[in-house]
Design a protein around this ligand. Structure first.
Ligand SMILES: [Zn+2]
Ligand SMILES: [Zn+2]
Length: 198
């Protein structure tokens, strides 16, 4: 099973290995970066939250084995490049077959959408080992908040059959979204939506 792990610096432990569900906030840095660079705040094993930087490719493609980045491979499996090639081939054939590594339910559009981790904006832990994730929809550019399993976020191609959806249209603006997100999270009910794509 593929599991997404990213390496960051921790001021007290030196190195932190973080799953996607340990991310707290993602923000694309302005400017002509190729590939784009994201600033991430993550929940560290030391108990603190720290900032880190990750490129668009590391964020979206490395978990699928598409990137021959040795740091990524060392952190993930300590295995060699040929494994990455195999994983990439496997991921490519599954995507061609209509499976998608990540998905979410877009509330403004009332439909499921395929997505990559770079569309995630905010994440937080919820009861029952579940995760609340705010996703900026690549199709309609609006933010939806879903309640999902941890594996739905951390394991590519693991998509929950049903997710919780907050029936609220959030502002696209990140700061306003964070405030609305927190308020909704602790007051709101999540409504179940089926997540079958295609
Ligand atoms: Zn730390
Ligand atoms: Zn949408």
């Amino acid at each position: 099973m593929l599991t997404t792990t990213y390496g960051f610096a921790c001021p007290s432990r030196g190195e932190a290995r973080v799953r996607l569900s340990g991310f707290r906030r993602l923000e694309e840095l302005p400017g002509p970066h190729h590939p784009a660079v994201f600033r991430v705040d993550f929940a560290c094993g030391c108990g603190g939250d720290h900032p880190g930087l990750v490129t668009h490719d590391q964020l979206d493609l490395a978990p699928l084995g598409f990137e021959d980045d040795s740091t990524y491979l060392n952190l993930m499996t300590s295995r060699n490049d040929s494994v990455a090639v195999e994983l990439a081939g496997l991921a490519a054939s599954r995507i061609k077959a209509g499976e998608w590594p990540w998905s979410f339910y877009c509330w403004p559009e009332e439909r499921p959408r395929p997505v990559f981790p770079s569309a995630f904006r905010l994440l937080t832990d919820a009861a029952g080992d579940r995760v609340v994730v705010a996703v900026l929809c690549p199709a309609c550019s609006r933010v939806s908040v879903n309640l999902v399993s941890r594996a739905h976020v951390d394991v590519p191609f693991h998509n929950d059959r049903e997710v919780g959806v907050v029936e609220h249209v959030f502002a696209g603006d990140a700061r306003a979204t964070i405030e609305a997100f927190r308020a909704e999270l602790y007051s709101s009910s999540f409504d179940a939506r089926r997540l079958a794509l295609g």
